[in-house]
Each structure stands twice: as C-alpha cells, then as structure tokens.
Design a protein around this ligand. Structure first.
Ligand SMILES: Nc1ncnc2c1ncn2[C@@H]1O[C@H](COP(=O)(O)OP(=O)(O)OP(=O)(O)O)[C@@H](O)[C@H]1O
Ligand SMILES: [Mg+2]
Length: 308
C-alpha cells in the first residue's frame, strides 16, 4: 500500500508523561537486612512512557509532533525531555519544582522483574491552568489533537481543551482512563481498551450487547466514533454508520505494553493527513501488530508499516 505523505501531519499531543526505567542486574545473594535479594545493577535503560510514548510514535511515522506536559524539576524530567527531543518531538514542558516526574522503575534480574517502584505526584491545578494558555497557542499550528489520559491528573482541564479544539475546528482523539467519561464529551473519538470500556458500560454478554452499550455511550458523549481496542482480538470501530471489526495481526508477541499508545498515534497521524476512519483504523491495527512484536514500549516506522 502506498504511504500517505505523513510529513504533512501536524499533531499536538497533551497528557501525562512518564519515564519507564529498567535496572538490569544479578541477584546472587540474599540481603542480611531482610529476606530479599540483593541486585547488583549492571545496566540501565530508560524510555519515554504515557503521552511521551504517543508523541514518539507520531514522530516515528514522520509527523511533525509537539508534546505539551508537566514534569518535575528533577533528573528524571531532564532525561525524559532529552529522550523525546532526540526522537524528533518538539516539547513544551512545564518544569514544576513542587512535583516529582512520574517514574516507573523496574528492577530486573535473570529476565525476571523483582519489583516495580513508582514515583508520582499530581501537578497543581494552577500549573495546569497555565498550560491551557500554551494549548491555545499551539492549536492553530496543528491538524489534530491527541489527549493521552493516564489518570495522573495532568488533564484536569480536558473539557476546556476539547471545547477549544472544537472551536478551532481541530479533531480530538482521547485515550481514556477512569469511570467518568463525561470529561470526554465532544471529542471526535475515544479509544478505550476492554477493561477501560467495561469500567463505564459494564460487562457485555455478546457482540450485539457490546454494540448497544458502545453506541449508547458514543451518542451520550456526542462522539463521532468510539474505538475499542481488544488486545489479541484486534479492534472494533463504532460509528453512526455501524460497527467495523478489524482482526489482530497474527504474529509472535513479545511485549504488548504501549500498543494502545501506538494505536492512537497512528490513527491521529492518518486523520491529520485526511485518511478516513476505516482506513485509518486498519493502519493503526497494523502499526500495533508491529510494536507488540518488539520489546518494551516501541514504535512502528513508516518503512515497517508501508514497506517504503
Ligand atoms: N496479543 C496480541 N496480538 C496481536 N495484536 C495485539 C495483541 N495485543 C495487542 N495487540 C494490538 O494492539 C492493539 C491495542 O492493544 P490493547 O487493546 O491491549 O491496548 P491497551 O490495553 O491500551 O495497551 P497498552 O495500555 O499496553 O498500551 C490491539 O487492538 C491490537 O491491534
Ligand atoms: Mg492503553
């Protein structure tokens, strides 16, 4: 398939960013202090996570990408900034001295995760309100907006952002979290996974029941579309015209983390260059199939996706 000219796409990504850290080492003895292993760290790795992973996925497809977020004035925030900039993402980060950058640290020994240590604090509403001005300023220069909600509090003003984007005629894609979807009313499309949709519409007993519940939610929120990502079952797009199901790509799966980020990034880039929903969803599904075959939160490139 011929690739659309993705370098024309201008994507604005806003949301909760985080740093995924990995410490790899040997655990050959038990601590004298407590019955826990002692890990001698030999190698470290760090990758952008959350909205930062969405942004790097957009950039990997060739889109001109801007990322708006709040991080701490700490070493992790500096590393995150450096990592996403190295991948071609333009950043507009607010460095807030009163918070810690969200970090998920995994300690891994002999291919096994021993513990995950999380650091996070929500940015203050005042800081976030000041980001609304940055958002307004960035809007005219983008074709689509992606709001990546990881429930860390960075999108406290999401309803205002959706209204501003609508007023500017820009489409809005939302990756949701939590049980209050009224915050996403007026967006163009919301992309929950199975657990996220279940939390708001309850358990469905079959496909027909799922379609009724999904369509009711879509109508209630005034969305043009709702995309349910279904892990190894692929994804289903619900629109006024009906439902479209796309099967998952059959391939060897290494690591599914971040597949949802790739889906919303690829779909956003496609909508930005004028590709329709149906085609865009098929391409996003292929992109997700590529990243689940890679280790860690990964990206799919234009070459991998279109072969040229
Ligand atoms: N095991 C799998 N085999 C093939 N494709 C998969 C598999 N898991 C995920 N995918 C692809 O990735 C897409 C998104 O996966 P999923 O529904 O798990 O999103 P998610 O839970 O938001 O992911 P994450 O939160 O880890 O980013 C699926 O719609 C599918 O295209
Ligand atoms: Mg997800």
């Amino acid at each position: 398939m011929k690739a659309p000219d993705m370098s024309r796409a201008r994507v604005l990504v806003v949301g909760d960013v985080m740093l995924d850290r990995y410490w790899f080492g040997d655990a050959s003895r038990i601590s004298p202090e407590a019955p826990v292993p002692v890990v001698l760290v030999q190698r470290e790795e760090a990758r952008p996570g959350g909205a930062a992973n969405v942004a790097r996925n957009c950039a990997a497809l060739g889109a001109s990408t801007q990322l708006l977020s709040v991080v701490g004035e700490d070493e992790a925030g500096a590393q995150l900034l450096e990592l996403v900039q190295a991948e071609g993402v333009r950043t507009s980060f607010h460095r807030d001295p009163s918070i810690r950058t969200t970090v998920k640290l995994r300690v891994v020994a002999r291919q096994q995760q021993l513990v995950r240590v999380d650091f996070e604090t929500s940015p203050s509403r005042e800081v976030l309100a000041s980001k609304l001005a940055d958002f307004q300023q960035a809007l005219p220069e983008c074709d689509v907006v992606i709001l990546s909600d990881y429930g860390k509090g960075g999108l406290a003003h999401i309803s205002s952002m959706i209204s501003l984007a609508n007023a500017a005629g820009k489409r809005v894609l939302v990756d949701p979290k939590g049980d209050d979807y009224s915050r996403y009313a007026g967006a163009t499309i919301v992309t929950p996974n199975r657990a996220e949709l279940l939390e708001v519409v309850g358990t469905w007993k079959d496909e027909a029941d799922l379609e009724r519940r999904a369509q009711a939610l879509r109508t209630e929120l005034g969305l043009e579309a709702l995309l349910l990502t279904r892990s190894d079952e692929g994804m289903t797009l619900f629109r006024a015209q009906g439902a479209l199901h796309v099967k998952a790509e059959e391939r060897e799966v290494y690591d599914v983390s971040g597949a949802g980020d790739t889906v919303i990034a690829a779909l956003g880039v496609m909508l930005a260059v004028g590709v329709g929903f149906e085609e865009g969803v098929k391409i996003a599904n292929r992109a997700a199939g590529i990243v689940v075959g890679k280790l860690g939160t990964a990206v799919a490139t234009r070459e991998e996706l279109f072969g040229h």
